[in-house]
Design a protein around this ligand. Structure first.
Ligand SMILES: [Zn+2]
Length: 307
């Protein structure tokens, strides 16, 4: 009995810590227009979501037109009303399709609410498997149509060709990038980020090697003027990818040398292998889940290189 109460208290406390970091009521959804019928919805910057001070939650893509709405990602479940209000300012068409760049709640939490609007939800089979493993998972959030690695799935609607391109284990094990061919715009999800260091979710199938391959793929696939739209943060172009990849490789080789010298994780962290970049990258030393972005990145490199 006492034990049960203690567990209940612990669960309540951690839930409150989680809520303290994200003030959903304060999240404001901003609309960015890219073409006459392609929009992005992104949380405003600020302190509403301390995991993403550069913009609360994950970015949503909205393609509108007479064939109905094609939607990429669904934000936190707590802000669906605000997301729907923003969509209705753009279009009164039904939401026909929803897909997810990856499984994290800031990108897929609202899935069930959007499906209730009549949307068909499709995503990677790997995403569904990892999502289904999470405790207290609402089955409404799970995609009912899934696909694996292979050729892109193509949607032809509203004068656009939309490609869902599966990416081998990068930010997570079930990443997809979404390319709008005619608009020359690609939503690349979270294997690239420009606030803080890269985050590879190893517990959900992500891998550094896959993230590097995904970056190489973007350089090959994108033209010089292609807009690459990350899940968070500012829009980039092909030319921004190479220095980002070089930074990863440089920090990786510093960590590798320390690992070869037999250093422990604590010793590697203390050596500050990211120090050459910390001042240049916004949010480099920002807090993420009880650590800094830099330390989280170094820990990931350490555990990958120890394998
Ligand atoms: Zn993510």
């Amino acid at each position: 009995m006492n034990c049960f109460i203690l567990i209940a208290l612990a669960v309540t406390a951690s839930a409150q810590i989680g809520f303290a970091q994200i003030n959903y009521a304060k999240i404001e959804i901003l609309t960015e227009q890219y073409t006459p019928n392609l929009f992005m919805l992104a949380g405003a910057p600020g302190d509403a979501d301390l995991n993403h001070p550069d913009g609360a939650g994950g970015r949503i893509g909205i393609l509108t037109g007479p064939d109905g709405i094609f939607m990429v990602d669904s934000q936190y479940i707590q802000v669906t009303d605000k997301v729907l209000a923003a969509i209705r300012k753009i279009s009164s068409q039904p939401i026909r399709y929803l897909t997810n760049t990856h499984l994290h709640v800031d990108h897929s939490g609202g899935n069930g609410n959007i499906v209730k609007q009549g949307a068909i939800l499709l995503a990677r089979e790997e995403l569904r498997k990892d999502m289904a493993r999470a405790a207290n998972m609402d089955p409404a959030r799970l995609p009912n149509i899934t696909y694996g690695m292979g050729d892109p799935i193509k949607f032809r609607m509203n004068g656009e060709v939309v490609d869902l391109i599966p990416i081998r284990a990068a930010h997570t094990g079930g990443d997809t990038i979404i390319r709008f061919e005619n608009a020359d715009i690609v939503m690349i999800g979270d294997f690239y980020r420009n606030y803080g260091y890269p985050y590879i979710d190893i517990n959900n199938g992500g891998s550094l090697q896959g993230a590097l391959e995904a970056l190489d793929y973007l350089v090959k696939m994108a033209g010089p003027n292609t807009k690459l739209i990350p899940g968070h943060g500012t829009i980039i172009k092909r030319e921004d990818i190479v220095p980002y990849r070089n930074m990863i490789m440089d920090v990786r080789s510093k960590v590798e040398q320390l690992v070869k010298q037999g250093k422990t994780e604590q010793e590697v962290l203390a050596a500050k292998p990211t120090s050459a970049y910390d001042a240049k990258i916004p949010g480099a030393l920002g807090a993420v889940g009880g650590t800094t972005s830099a330390d989280r990145f170094v820990r990931m490199l350490f555990s990958e290189l120890k394998k």
